[in-house]
Write a protein that binds this ligand. Sequence first.
Ligand code: PEP
Ligand code: MG
Length: 543
Amino acid sequence: MNKIGAETHLKGIQISEGIVLAKVCLINEDRHRNIPEYEIDDIQKEKDRLLSAVKIAGEQLGNVIEDVEERIGVAESKIFVAQKMILEDETVHEDLFTEIGNRGVNAESAVNRVMDSYEARLLDVDNEYIKARATDIGEIKRRLLDVLAEVNPTFLCSGLEQCEMGKNRIIVARELTPGLTIGLDARNTAGFVTEHGGKLSHAAILAKSLGVPAVSGIKNIHSLVSCGTEILINGDIGEVVIWPSQETIAQHRVKKTFVLKSPVAEEPVKGTQVMANISFQQDIKEALAMKAEGIGLYRTEFEFLARGRYLSEDEQFDIYSSVLKSMNGLPIYFRLLDIGGEKSADFLELPKEANPALGFRGSRLLVARKKLLKTQARALARASVFGPVYILYPLIIDLEQFLLLKNTVLHAVSDIHSGEIYHGVMFEVPSACLQADELLKESDFASIGTNDLIQYLFIVDRDNEYVAYDYTPDKKVFWNLLKTIATAAAKLNRSVSICGEIAGNTRYLPILKEIGFSTLSVSARLIPVLRKALKKVKNPVRK
Ligand code: PEP
Ligand code: MG
């Protein structure tokens, strides 16, 4: 397909509001598939080219090691130390040189063949640890190929020099998976445009919480633009304009230079507690700056997904304690690991499922992987001496499952001298909502995850733009379900919050208040918006 050269308007799905004009940084997902192979005349020159690529890749890894040590930890940086050692091993260089010399081919082809043969040998060994090292070989190969192609590996784009690692650029990708989103320097990104992905995908939630405009559902955008194409995103209406004219630009109030401004905090509003949703311990800073009255959803799985591995009890304890200390006694709802579905994690070695959204995920996964549950429970119980810990159980399906998990947690922490711990159901599955009475009797509190609740109530994939028209809270049956929970909560005097995205949409504030919800949890950036709107909503008179 030809790249577009004139102004073109494309309609997609509105994901995150705002208007921005910037150049494209195209994430090239195919670049490691078709490796060029050609004959070369000057063998020594090709070997020198390869050696200088090795040197650059080694320097990059050195920077990665320092960065990971600082931002994540020394243990994690060891993976890259091992990769650097392999990369700088002289026998590896000899093998690569032999391949170039014997076959008279380019460096890329030599890297491809030699690294693939190492990988195959490692995968053949009957030892899980050695097998796992094959991943490192693959990563070294990709890094070397990127350097040879002069692509910036940190950013994965197809590589314009002026790309500045995606800074102030609009990221164009087929799909922003949680893994890719975590890898991106999202805070420096001007906007997102994707081919796939619905309004409620985790990447969309991230874009929204960063306040970055985003549009999805733009078919073939990959083929229509290149790195450097100027595009305008109108995140308010879900439109993308390729090569906008000066006239079009003038019609929009465009943020030409992208600077992510922090919103101004608003004081809490009497009668409604507004808490923050966070994914990482670092997010606490913004939550505090926005005067959050607690953390109503800490998606703890992102701490694991970002590191791509299990976290030990001690590591988790350190993270949770630091969050509790920072929040200084305010409530924190720690959601137990909610992995599976679209949040796949290689380190869990989950079975390949035809239908992951209905498979090993959420609480069902925790039932099957009790060690994961017990380790997290112990870390939380130990950390509870620094502040009250509210444990949220994700995607609960019924009372039996909740009791099984809660009892497993209680048993796992029985020898720990802990502080206040509360247990709460996340209402995200219709079967649990229909049992709200029984579940709330056994819970200390609860939270409603409307993102998944809408998905499972209307069997509509929250990530799928093709069926996005059915993904809506604007249906009576949905509100009836919320009323069922609110009625049960009032009868049993339990606090039930809303932590799905509808809590941050001011359009639903009057109805949420009317039904009786007085605790909402949203992205920190939305707290001031919500508080301003709350001041205008009349408190319903209860009879
Ligand atoms: C939800 O489902 O509404 C929710 C808050 O959880 P998540 O978006 O992380 O699935
Ligand atoms: Mg959910």
